[in-house]
Design a protein around this ligand. Structure first.
Ligand code: ATP
Length: 593
């Protein structure tokens, strides 16, 4: 290890290049282990962020944000070439990184030796660019970027350019970085569980990296939930009958209404409240009214709570469809959206209160605390729940939930080990949803991983999208269907633009597909799809081999419902295990009829 010596940016660029060449997760992990081992402790957090194309954890909300035009200008300045030449080349490669590499290489032949770029310098410059604001911001960004490019080798220029424009896309999942950290500094893969626990409660890859490098597993063991660092949400498995649910939960459970809105994690510190989305973005500015409600109705100085934020009709008190909340995603005129689309909060979790981390307490203890600290009103309520121990009771409560405009129930374990499983989809929460009741029509949220060119009327846009389910065990996306139905002309017009930034030159390393798409995407966009039936398939890889050897599962007659699930990250899509569950459930229903 090169302790004391500043890490050169070229070391990172070399590693990126090798990582890009492989599509195998294990090889990628090995390369990352080598990189992390050769990284000094002072900058290891920065290296962790940079591998993800960021300079801070997502929830901080600081992005480098250099527009393509500005990047081209910087290249003009450094290469001495005309912008038309650069744009011409850019059209050919479609990749600003490669274009920068080429032009910087041409220039380098005539420049003299320079000080090598260090990671520290690159990071600090990117940080300045990200924080530049006000009238001189554009010029400042331009000169900072030009300064970096002037000092960079061609290869370094390639990765700097991709990083600043948000196109690094090495395909390294957070989970792969955790694997690599466990191996590099935790004594081996066995440490992965501990490293992951730290990450799920702080969501800050850089902090985890720095702590394990400096203090080893002992430091990692000291991680506690803290205000302002969002906790990765606990998720539910799904089952399709009250009998199965009760059996799985030991004969009794707390059944809570499953409200259909947007999940919010509220961090209250004194009189300030921050709200994080299910994807852990800070969305406080979208819900100033919810911020006020939390301030007013939570009787604790400091607390972390979770709720479902639901659009409501204030006149009738009725809940409105989830889609209405999309109007809150705008940046301007939020005041008007607040009036037009008011919300109510249904609080269902407390994870921290006045210095106490509650994530390892049982659900009944947490619910008890929640009942004490939330002061209910017509806009703030505890999630409606009932203790049930018989299938008929559960079914009755389910019907009541549906009648009241909910999606179904989330049935929660009340055992002594019913901890808050941050970041995990486990069996301590089981959802029981309405769509299981209708004949073979389950909506699923699938990830767009590829596309096929359209013909005839659809020339110039996509004819169909290749969709995949997520599998957390392997951290891959497994294809399950090709969907070309349900898209309006407007959808078709905007899809290529929406997907433009996610295009990758070959199948993404985390995508498992036997089909060859015309265009490949990094897994990012999630869309809701309604399927008519499911079959075993030799060409789709979803849950491959789970039902029969050499066969995956496919959704037949899929139709896009019109709902883009921007609130979900690719990893939040329906999982292959859930698809398998739907398939088994469908078989049962066919068997019954
Ligand atoms: P879905 O699309 O079905 O909401 P999901 O992947 O977003 O699924 P799951 O964990 O599978 O999330 O289902 C639970 C979700 O239901 C939570 O993420 C939360 O947003 C919502 N929800 C509504 N009411 C409750 C409740 N009482 N307890 C827990 N979650 C609830």
């Amino acid at each position: 290890m090169l302790w004391g010596l500043p890490l050169k940016y070229s070391t990172i660029a070399d590693a990126y290049e090798e990582i890009e060449r492989t599509t195998k997760r294990l090889e990628m992990t090995d390369l990352l282990v080598n990189l992390l081992k050769s990284t000094s402790r002072e900058v290891i957090d920065k290296v962790a962020y940079l591998t993800q194309g960021r300079i801070y954890p997502d929830f901080v909300g600081i992005e480098i944000g250099v527009a393509e035009k500005l990047a081209v200008k910087a290249l003009v300045r450094v290469s001495g070439r005309r912008d038309v030449d650069i744009e011409e080349e850019l059209k050919k490669t479609g990749d600003l990184g490669e274009t920068a590499e080429k032009f910087v290489a041409a220039k380098k032949q005539v420049t003299f030796f320079q000080q090598p770029l260090t990671v520290q310098r690159v990071y600090e410059t990117l940080d300045k660019m990200a924080k530049a604001s006000g009238s001189g911001a554009v010029d400042l960004k331009l000169s900072l970027l030009a300064g970096l490019l002037a000092a960079a080798s061609p290869k370094e220029a390639k990765y700097i350019m991709r990083t600043v424009t948000g196109n690094l896309r090495l395909g390294i999942a957070d989970m792969t970085v955790l694997d690599a950290l466990a191996i590099a500094y935790g004594g081996g893969k066995e440490a992965r569980g501990q490293v992951e626990r730290a990450y799920t409660i702080c969501s800050d890859l850089g902090r985890v990296a720095k702590t394990i490098a400096e203090e080893g597993l002992e430091g990692i063991g000291k991680f506690r939930v803290s205000i302002s660092e969002p906790i990765r949400p606990m998720l539910a498995e799904r089952l399709s009958s009250p009998e199965e649910i009760l059996e799985k939960l030991g004969g009794k459970c707390m059944a809570e209404y499953k409200y259909d809105g947007e999940r919010l994690q509220a961090h209250k510190k004194g009189n300030t409240v921050k709200l994080f989305s299910r994807r852990l973005e800070d969305i406080s500015s979208q819900y100033p009214d919810a911020v006020e409600l939390f301030k007013k109705h939570v009787k604790a100085e400091d607390a972390i709570l979770e709720c479902e934020c639901v659009a409501v009709d204030l006149d009738t008190g009725e809940m409105r469809p989830f889609q209405e909340l999309m109007h809150r995603r705008r940046k301007y005129e939020i005041e008007r959206a607040i009036d037009d689309y008011p919300v109510s909060l249904f609080v269902f979790e407390v994870l921290y209160v006045d210095g106490r981390d509650l994530t390892l307490e049982s659900y009944p203890v947490r619910r008890g605390i929640l009942e004490r600290i939330v002061e209910e009103s017509d806009r703030v309520k505890l999630a409606n729940g009932a203790l049930v121990s018989a299938p008929a009771e559960l079914e009755k409560f389910f019907m009541e939930a549906i009648e009241n405009g909910c999606e179904g129930l989330v049935c929660k374990s009340i055992s002594s080990d019913s901890v808050y499983q941050a970041g995990a989809r486990g069996w301590l929460w089981i959802k029981y949803k309405r769509d299981y009741k209708s004949e073979m029509t389950d909506t699923v949220d699938l990830v767009v991983v590829g596309a096929f060119h359209g013909r005839g009327k659809r020339a110039g846009t996509y004819g169909a999208l290749l969709l995949a389910a997520y599998t957390s065990e392997r951290d891959t996306f497994e294809t399950v269907t090709k969907c070309g139905t349900g898209f309006t002309d407007e959808d078709l017009g905007k899809l290529p633009k929406m997907m433009h930034d996610h295009v990758v030159p070959h199948k993404h390393s985390r995508v498992d597909s036997m089909l060859e798409a015309d265009v490949w995407f990094e897994p990012a966009l999630v869309i809701e799809v309604l399927g008519a039936e499911m079959t075993l398939s030799p060409i789709h890889t979803c849950a491959m081999g789970s039902v029969r050897k050499g066969r995956g599962l496919a959704i037949r007659f899929p139709r896009f419902t019109g709902n883009y699930r921007f609130d979900k990250a690719a990893e939040d899509a329906t999982t292959s295990a859930e698809v398998l569950e739907i398939y088994r459930n469908q078989l049962k229903r066919i068997g019954q009829s």
